[in-house]
Ligand binder design. Sequence first.
Ligand code: COA
Length: 170
Amino acid sequence: MSSAATILVRSAREGDQPALADLDAAAWSPESGFPSVIQAGHPAATFFTAADPPGVHLVAELDKTVVGYVRLKPPTRLPENAHVTHVSGLAVHPAARRRGVAAALMTAAEPFARTRGARKLSLRVLGTNQPAMRLYERLGFEREGVLKEEFLIGGRYVDDVLMAKRLWAS
Ligand SMILES: CC(C)(COP(=O)(O)OP(=O)(O)OC[C@H]1O[C@@H](n2cnc3c(N)ncnc32)[C@H](O)[C@@H]1OP(=O)(O)O)[C@@H](O)C(=O)NCCC(=O)NCCS
């Protein structure tokens, strides 16, 4: 992979499942995710589920290899909440980081969400996840709130930071 490789962002398809399961197994750490979920892992055939089918994912390819994904869903099933799209997962393979893959996925998430009627893109990020917070701030996300000491991870209480980007202003 050269650093000049072109990043292709496209809709996910069923055949991406093994690559996404491998990627997910390699991507998360206790600073970015929940150890209980990371340890459980994804059996190769279960990255996609009934609740998280291919249609709620965009994937990024570098040199024809899937190296990242973003999962985009309504935050709740309430019609009153339907104008918001929630980033319920974002990960890039460690070997493909700092090449703009996550930025490309999050940029593509905006038209994906707008097409589905969203006027706001929301997300939650652990207070220990500095790389992700920098990424989101750089892309124009703002902090909307903090759930203080919301999680206990590795013996330490960690904040859950709520961030969002308004899509109606751009
Ligand atoms: C966070 C993550 C998705 C970033 O993916 P990436 O493809 O490396 O990010 P990009 O290359 O698009 O980075 C874009 C910008 O984000 C910021 N950024 C990304 N990673 C960073 C890091 N490790 N340290 C500081 N800033 C970082 C920088 O501003 C960067 O721009 P630059 O490289 O020109 O300085 C990736 O590290 C990852 O998968 N982490 C584990 C899972 C995770 O944390 N997901 C988000 C949960 S809320």
